[in-house]
Every structure is written in C-alpha cells, then in structure tokens.
Ligand binder design. Structure first.
Ligand code: AMP
Ligand code: MN
Ligand code: MN
Ligand code: MN
Length: 287
C-alpha cells in the first residue's frame, strides 16, 4: 500500500542545535500530535540521534535518523536535510564537525558588529541560550536580543539585525553541496533539498541547484514544509516531478514560543508524488 497519507514529520530542531525542547520533549510532543514517522534534524549535528530514536520508540513512533546540513551554493546558504543514514558513520560525523567548526569565530564577529550598533554582551548572551556550545547560531543571538528587549520577537531580530546587509550579519562559508550530499548518501541515507522556496534564487540558479543536486546523487525535496506557503507546495510538487525527486514533509519546528507550525500539523503530501520514506523503508527504525 502506498503510504502517501502518513503523518510523517521529517524536519525539526532540539536543544542540540537551535530548538528549545530536548529530543525527548519533541518526541512526546510529536506523538501527542499524531506523528507516525518522525525525524530530528538538528543543524550540522547528529549528537541527539540516539536519544531521539530511543524516545521515538518509547512514544510509539517509527524513526528515521536526520540532520540539516548548512551548505554554501552560488554565494547563498542552502540547507540539505539527510535522512536514514548511519548516525555513527565516521566521514559524516567528521564532515559535520568541520561544518560546525567555523561557528565560534563567526559568532564572535557577529557580537563585535552588534557591539558597534550599541548592543553589548551578545556573544555571552547568545551562548547562554545555546544548549550545545559547538552550535551557536543566529537563532541564539535572536533570543538574546528578545530577552534584552532590543526586539519584540525573533522575526524582528532577523529583519533588523541578522540578515544580509544588516549590522549583525557575517557572511560564512559552509560545506559544499557535493560534500553534503556525499556524506549523507555514503552513510546510507537520502539527501533532500530543504525548504527550496526560502532561497530567493533566480529561476536559472534554482535550476542549477536542482540539477547539480540530482547529479551528485540527491534524491528528495521538501514539498510540504512549515517554511513554505500553501502556493509553494504546488510549485515544488511540480519541481519534484520535473526532477524525478521524492517528496518530503516536515514542520521545521523549533520552539512552542516561536514556531507557527507545530509538529505533525501540515497537510499530507500530494498523492501523485513519491514520498521520501518509500526510498527508506529498510532504514526506518520501527516502534
Ligand atoms: P545559522 O545556521 O546560524 O545561520 O542560523 C540559521 C537559523 O536561523 C535557521 O535555521 C532558522 O532557524 C533561523 N532563521 C533564519 N532566517 C530567519 C528569519 N528570517 N526569521 C526567523 N528565523 C530565521
Ligand atoms: Mn534553525
Ligand atoms: Mn533550514
Ligand atoms: Mn530547519
């Protein structure tokens, strides 16, 4: 039976990256909202995978290992989700370690620039919000600026301080698309382009991203995601068909206080697409 109408949530974040809940709290929240197949996809980290799969089993959900890798492509940052890989694979864990490694110096430079804009103590402040000191992200700075009353919510922080051209934005070089796709696929997983509508690429660059990704062995694209508007579900359902990619579904949930879409809440995948979990049947850890 094709499992298109499965409540799968294959994209969310815990305190191991920039979420505010533990892997165990996320598992319970996902199960309580009817999620049947879950994946924790922390940025550039697999440190929460064993906890997440244990908690999924305890909550009665099937589980796929996950991560969301930061990639530099054509001068922009693109996110590649990996699903169903061996979380102990040496090349993958080393690659993620190297990808995380630049975050410390970047954070210090962000704080230095914010200081010039009159915001003091941002490095220490952001670090206090980071559950994993190796993974200090813009989200942690955003929480510090909300905490200190500089902005009223994290969206305002990104708009005023943390996006390209704004005072706290520091350009950064992440992993290459080739490396990210190869780390995932060589570890037995499936690589998925995360939230493609978020990148603001020209049609030519978007075509280049999808073509190169496909050539490198990428097999999936997020169609139904908390980072897409409903009209974008249709656009990327068409792209999935055009590039013969499997489709994924995930909330991109980070926090009960910040995320507009909760775990397991999104519409099902369109029926005419191949769900990414059909490619991963033997990688699913059954409840
Ligand atoms: P980083 O990996 O440190 O560049 O941080 C990226 C994270 O910041 C993303 O994973 C989102 O959680 C968050 N983020 C990026 N852009 C925005 C935005 N415009 N509004 C709110 N959160 C954002
Ligand atoms: Mn994030
Ligand atoms: Mn992302
Ligand atoms: Mn994400």
């Amino acid at each position: 039976m094709p499992q298109t109408y499965l409540n799968a949530d294959l994209h969310c974040h815990s305190v191991v990256s920039d979420g505010t809940l533990t892997p165990e709290q996320l598992a319970q929240r996902a199960a309580a909202r009817g999620v049947e197949l879950w994946s924790l996809t922390d940025h550039d980290e697999v440190g929460g995978q064993h906890r997440a799969s244990d908690a999924a089993r305890a909550a009665g959900m099937d589980y796929l290992t996950g991560t969301e890798i930061s990639v530099s492509f054509a001068g922009s940052t693109v996110h590649i989700v990996g699903l169903g890989f061996d979380a102990d694979d040496a090349a993958l864990t080393q690659g993620l370690y190297d990808t995380r490694n630049g975050r410390g110096p970047r954070a210090r430079e962000m704080a230095r620039q914010l200081e010039l804009s009159g915001i003091a103590g941002a490095y220490e402040g952001a670090l206090r919000h980071a559950g994993n000191p190796e993974l200090i992200s813009r989200t942690h700075f955003a929480r510090y600026l909300v905490e200190t009353g500089v902005c009223s919510d994290t969206y305002e922080v990104f708009r005023r301080y943390l996006t390209e051209g704004k005072p706290g934005y520091v350009p950064h070089t992440w992993a290459s698309l080739r490396d990210a796709v190869h780390w995932i696929t060589n570890a037995g997983g499936v690589a998925v382009i995360a939230h493609p509508a978020r990148y603001d690429f020209s049609p030519n660059l978007e075509y280049a991203l999808f073509s190169e990704f496909k050539q490198l062995g990428g097999q999936g694209v997020e169609v139904i995601t908390g980072s897409h508007r409903p009209a974008e579900y249709l656009t990327y359902a068409d792209m999935a068909r055009e590039f013969e990619l499997a489709a994924s579904r995930g909330s991109d949930f980070h926090s009960p206080d910040e995320s507009q879409i909760d775990l397991g809440e999104l519409p099902y995948l369109p029926a005419h697409l191949t769900p990414v979990w059909e490619l991963l049947q033997e990688r699913i850890q059954r409840a």
